[in-house]
Write a protein that binds this ligand. Structure first.
Ligand code: PAF
Length: 259
């Protein structure tokens, strides 16, 4: 498994892959868990070459404390990738990936302002900009994103369409813990007490009631609610459990009821 830190090393490695071989990319910010593992496995199954990027992207953090607290587990991430048969890890630093210091950026003007975008100004500009860079560098046939970040997935699909980018975006099902909490790198930051309490989030979110009522139920359970909203076939929500912001979404069917 190659670990590539510089753009030039990545490009050299990428250019050596014959066009007959398909390439998949799993973009991540590290702190890998079973959710990422499922993306890697899908990428492995569907492509000749499986690549992953590990980059904690500062431009998508509107809160500097959130960025500072983001878990860094490189050694465990490297081992997971090796065990899963990843061919190459791209692990750049900010200066490599942002030679322009973020003067140039990708911006979407509708969907990116809703839901998480309304609470995290600039977040999706940062996400789309870094994903565009990673896709341009990796030139994958397919790129893999978790459905847990439903709004991100819709925006990445929209960007790829809008800019005629030759890549298929593959959305993969959310992986959940035994108590149904969606796996997230942020879960590592929950205290033991808050981790137990967090199980109430998916449980209450699955209540078959209007979104506003579900928001009230979450508040009554002690969560600070950013939003509960139905969007593109899903009931999406973001809450704060102690110091940690969690997001989730569940499929809807007609009349706003959960499948
Ligand atoms: O979902 C994530 O981990 C990040 O938003 C992504 C897509 C890797 C961009 O930094």
């Amino acid at each position: 498994m190659k670990i590539l830190n510089s753009i030039s090393a990545w490009q050299k490695w990428r250019n050596a892959i014959p066009p007959t071989q398909s390439v998949g990319l799993v973009p991540t910010m590290g702190a890998l868990h079973a959710g990422h593992q499922s993306l890697i496995r899908r990428c492995r199954q569907e492509n000749d070459i499986c690549t992953i990027s590990l980059f904690v992207n500062p431009t998508q953090f509107n809160d500097q404390e959130d960025l500072a607290n983001y878990p860094n587990t490189f050694e465990a991430d490297r081992k997971l990738c090796e065990d899963e048969g990843v061919d190459a890890i791209f692990f750049p630093d900010y200066n490599e990936l942002y030679p322009d210091d973020y003067r140039y950026r990708v911006s979407e003007s509708e969907v990116s302002r809703l839901l998480c975008g309304a609470h995290r100004p600039g977040h999706f500009d940062g996400v789309l900009s870094v994903v565009m860079k990673l896709l341009n560098l990796a030139r994958p046939d397919r790129a893999y994103f978790g459905e847990k970040d439903w709004q991100q997935l819709q925006l990445v699909k929209g960007m790829v369409e809008a800019f005629f980018m030759p890549v298929t975006i593959v959305g993969c099902p959310t992986v959940r813990d035994t108590d149904q909490l969606a796996l997230s790198s942020r879960n590592f930051r929950l205290s033991q007490v808050d981790r137990q309490k967090a199980a109430g989030f998916p449980r209450i979110l699955s209540t078959q009631a209007p979104a506003e009522q579900v928001a009230r139920l979450l508040e009554a359970d002690g969560f600070a609610v950013d939003y509960v909203q139905d969007f593109k076939g899903r009931r999406c929500a973001a809450i704060h459990c102690g110091e940690v912001r969690l997001i989730d979404n569940l499929p809807l069917y007609e009349k706003g009821e959960h499948i």
